[in-house]
Design a protein around this ligand. Structure first.
Ligand SMILES: Cc1ncc(COP(=O)(O)O)c(C=O)c1O
Length: 365
């Protein structure tokens, strides 16, 4: 096996970086998993080797996120985007409405899907100002009779993140945590359902993690196609049909790495250090670098910033590319630059980016 391989400084927004040790283990086991003479990809999902991997991955999600009793952890496919539809299909009955807090394009997409399937309303919106903030709790309209309240915990495109979560006053709280799950400890008991595509903080693409409270499961619409019912996954331990076995195996390896680092608490500490390094440079730049997010809404996962003009942004991005940095282009809806610094992005990559930002400003500021 090639050791000391040169790894890119990977700031991709998703799929994102994976821990080197997880990749190395997958490489070492690729041809011969557990002495079986086969890759885990070639194993039956009904066999004992895969079964152990599957159950370890579920147990690690439960352990690392401190999932309380009374919740199920499910593995689905279709990405977070399918969850935008499955949530209202299962939990938005006729005669009820669901509230959506709009904090970016992903919230808009979730809201649009709900509107196709039932009645959805905007409970609060930060659209004015191009989603540079998170609405205050007292801006949120709670309708006690509503089916649920949906939020997006981290807004990948804009670089904003909920710093704490609202008390939804008895209304089931549902969160899309695709871009910040397991980046910090979260009180899961506040939520009726959490979903996240794995490809930013938990592993590779191909699997979506759903954490769902059992009492909600019991209220779900039963008149749905089998694969669109959460109950199908809960009943068969996410093995009603063939699960994405290799993706789940990689999730297991990544979660073992998270555990070895010290779990969610250690992730938060590390992520705060990485984010602070970049935000401090932005704040000390006398306006050369301008953050998109309001300081009190800043994301630990996606650091979005602009330079004084588009010419300098282009130059910065070109130089960054030449220097081996990957994925720093901002999303077209915000422009400028975005450094996605998910769990597996090393501190050293942030340090290298910070050094480059300082040198670039010195030369061009
Ligand atoms: C917050 C958020 N929600 C949903 C999605 C869509 O996820 P998927 O591509 O898994 O459908 C993304 C993708 O970047 C995202 O960042």
């Amino acid at each position: 096996m090639e050791k000391n391989v040169t790894r890119a400084h990977n700031f991709n927004a998703g799929p994102g970086a994976l821990p080197l040790t997880a990749l190395e283990q997958a490489q070492a086991e690729l041809l011969n998993f557990n002495g079986t003479g086969m890759s885990i990809m070639e194993h039956s999902h009904r066999g004992k080797d895969y079964d152990a991997v599957h159950n370890q991955a579920i147990a690690l999600v439960k352990e690392l996120l401190s999932v309380p009793e009374g919740y199920e952890v499910l593995f689905l496919q279709g990405g977070a985007s399918l969850q935008f539809a499955m949530v209202p299909m299962n939990f938005l009955p006729a005669g009820k409405q669901a509230g959506y807090v709009m904090t970016g394009v992903w919230s808009e997409k979730a809201y649009e899907e709900a509107g196709k399937l039932g009645k959805a309303f905007i409970a609060a919106s930060a659209k004015e100002g191009n989603y540079c903030r998170i609405p205050a709790f007292d801006e949120i309209t709670y309708d006690a009779a509503s089916a649920y309240l949906h939020i997006t915990s981290n807004n990948t495109i804009y670089g904003t993140e909920w710093q704490s979560f609202p008390d939804s006053k008895g209304v089931p709280l549902i969160a899309d945590m695709s871009s910040d799950i397991l980046s910090r400890p979260v009180d899961v008991s506040k939520f009726a359902l959490i979903y996240a595509g794995a490809q930013k903080n938990l592993g590779p693409s191909g699997v979506t993690v759903v954490i769902i409270r059992r009492d909600l499961l019991e209220q779900a619409n039963q008149n749905l196609p089998t694969m669109l019912k959460y109950g199908t996954y809960a009943k068969d331990n996410s093995m009603y049909n063939t699960p994405p076995t290799f993706s789940i195996y990689m999730v297991k390896l990544m979660l073992e790495w998270v555990k070895a680092q010290g779990g969610a608490v250690a992730m938060e500490k590390r992520n705060r250090q990485k984010a602070a390094l970049l935000y401090d440079i932005i704040d000390a730049s006398n306006g050369f670098y301008q953050g998109h997010a309001q300081p009190d809404a800043r994301s630990l996962m996606n650091v979005t910033f602009r330079l004084p003009n588009q010419e300098l942004e282009k130059k910065f991005l070109e130089q960054a590319k030449q220097a081996g940095f990957v994925g720093l282009n901002g999303h077209r809806l915000v422009g400028g630059c975005r450094a996605s610094i998910y769990n597996a992005v090393p501190y050293e990559s942030c340090q290298a980016l910070g050094d480059m930002m300082l040198a670039f400003q010195k030369k061009n500021g």
